[in-house]
Design a binder for this molecule. Sequence first.
Ligand code: HEC
Length: 153
Amino acid sequence: MLIKYNIIIIKYIFFILIFAILVVPAYSELSVEETIKARKALFSKNYSTAKKVQTFVSKGELEKAKKLMIEMSENYKTLIEYFPENTQEGFKTEALPSIWENKDEFNNLMKKSSSDMIELAAVIETTDNIKSTLGKLMWGNCKSCHTKFRAPH
Ligand code: HEC
């Protein structure tokens, strides 16, 4: 009787182990993939939003532009969470190892990009050089981050 129960318990443990071995890595693999894909999607979205900002500003539709600036600012804050240690390679990521070697610098650049978009929204109505303001507070941050932290593409 006792032996029979022991065998049942051992079988249970065995199945749980097999389940853990098969499912856990598959799950973490998926979440790495999801994380990388999600951050790529967010960057692409920011790119198309930035182009729209440029267009609205040049047409003088500043209220619409400002709404998108705030949206970009929020996206930058979200992006900080999308670079955990286990997402350094795979799934066609262009993220460079320098991100994880200089995590504070990278995160600070993300935060600066975010607060620069808020500043942009605040000054866009009164600036007398729209092109250089957009360059300094929006496009400049893309470039300074990509130069150091994104692979040439
Ligand atoms: C603080 C750093 C940082 C800033 C600021 C930044 N990027 Fe990026 N960007 C990256 C990194 C890192 C990647 C690579 C992500 C990956 O492949 O996993 C990337 C990838 C991209 C991609 C490719 C997405 C894809 O589908 O592979 C585009 C497009 C892009 N960025 C546009 C922009 C634009 C436009 C701006 C400015 C408005 C900007 N980025 C600002 C770091 C930054």
